[in-house]
Design a protein around this ligand. Structure first.
Ligand code: DAH
Length: 346
């Protein structure tokens, strides 16, 4: 039996040495040390030995078992190490390799022009204000001298929010213009004021090349003692001349807006023909630009400003239209549909 055991040890060690995979090793281990393994089989014969033989053989068998267990363990470790090395090689990162370049976006043309507009007005002492896009009927209409039954409401049909109306401020609507921010700023800061308000506005409107249900406006408001329309003319001449880079002329025509009195339509001299008449200005020499006027006393009152002490002017123009003019864009939808083939040109 001693010989049998010694042979088993030598053979097993040799076999362990030859295993190529961890699975082979495990199989071998079961084969030798498992419940039905070769060593176990041999040890079954111990019971037939003499009383003197038993302890020696028993001891030897245990030693062989420990030795073999050790051998198996060592080899298993080797396999694990090889596995680890393989994994390390596969997962290795070459930090010297050039990276993948991140794609840079850029500022949308609408935002580019908005920034220019803000910079020019900033330089003339105007602050840039902001207001909610979901507005109350009160701020969007009533406070701007457009009562519920006023026909001017029809000019600006809007989207209503499904929600019970507020007792004083009425329904919530998507603001139809940036003018409500006039009242909000008057309430918050009082007079004097010099502000512009760029922002998104919404109208219940069929979409075509020149109309969209969403577009951008810029509101302007200047309130102080002794402010007149000549200040408006001066500010607008400076603004448009700087934006378009030529000496612009401004023309006022009478116009109607409930929140101003008198109300004006503002045109500026055509940049393509310098006023002599061309296709762009429809032979008039003028480009229709925006609405403006002297702020109505009712509006000042709604904003908490004493109209005996202060007066001022306001204006509102379409930033979207300005961008279209600036870059000769012939369809408003290009500016809002997010088509990268268009956007990448700016
Ligand atoms: N809120 C007007 C509109 O959206 C534009 C406008 C006209 C604004 C005259 C003004 C103004 O501040 O004085 O059609």
């Amino acid at each position: 039996m001693e010989q049998q055991l010694a042979k088993l040890q030598t053979n097993t060690i040799a076999a362990i040495g030859k295993t190529k995979t961890i699975n082979d090793l495990k199989d071998l281990e079961v084969n030798i040390l498992g419940r039905k393994g070769k060593l176990t089989e041999i040890l079954k014969g111990v019971k037939d030995l003499t009383a003197e033989q038993k302890p020696t053989i028993g001891k030897l068998a245990n030693e062989i078992k420990t030795t073999l267990e050790n051998e198996f363990e060592q080899k298993a470790k080797k396999f694990k190490l090889i596995e680890l090395e393989k994994q390390l090689l596969e997962e290795k990162i070459d930090v010297t390799e050039p990276g993948i370049k991140a794609a840079f976006g850029h500022v949308h043309p609408l935002s580019q022009v908005q920034k220019e507009v803000e910079d020019i007005f900033n330089s003339m002492g105007f602050s840039v204000m902001d207001g909610p896009e979901v507005e109350s009927e009160y701020y969007n209409f009533e406070s701007l001298n457009i009562p519920a039954d006023h026909p001017a409401r029809d000019m600006q049909d809007t989207f209503f929010i499904k929600q019970a109306p507020h007792k004083e401020h009425g329904h919530l609507v998507l603001r139809t213009h940036t003018s409500p921010v006039q009242i909000r700023t008057m309430e918050a800061s009082g007079a004097p004021l010099r502000i512009i308000v760029p922002g998104r506005v919404f109208r219940y409107e069929a979409t075509d090349a020149t109309h969209d249900a969403t577009f951008d406006q810029v509101e302007g408001l200047m309130i102080d003692k002794d402010i007149s329309l000549s200040h408006l003319k001066g500010v607008l001449t400076e603004f448009l001349s700087r934006l378009f880079d030529y000496q612009v002329k401004i023309r006022f025509r009478p116009g109607y807006f409930p929140f101003v009195e008198p109300g004006l339509e503002v045109d500026f001299s055509c940049r393509f023909c310098a006023g002599s008449g061309c296709r762009v200005c429809k032979k008039t020499g003028w480009i229709e630009f925006m609405g403006a006027g002297m702020v109505h006393p009712n509006v000042l009152k709604a904003g908490g400003i004493d109209s005996e002490k202060y007066q001022g002017w306001a204006f509102g123009f379409g930033l979207t239209r300005l961008v279209m003019m600036r870059y000769n864009i012939n369809d408003i939808r290009h500016l809002y549909n997010g088509d990268l083939r268009f956007i990448k040109q700016f």
